[in-house]
Design a protein around this ligand. Sequence first.
Ligand code: FES
Length: 78
Amino acid sequence: MSRLVEHDAQGPRKLTEDDIDPEKGDVAICQCGLADSYPFCDGSHRRTEDEDADAVYDYDVDDADRRPVAEIVHADEE
Ligand code: FES
């Protein structure tokens, strides 16, 4: 499985001690790309649990919608 995720940041987000979860004592970085609190994991990765291993998905981060992607065509391949 994989997914298409749009990001608009153009630089790094430096972590500080304030980013440490006071209850857990750690920092969980989102690797699925779906967190509302990106770059921090907020549990949104649970939306990916039933993804088909061979599929690519396009997620609407603002709601629960996701669509399978049939084909990726790059602009310079048209
Ligand atoms: S890994 Fe992305 S929200 Fe948890």
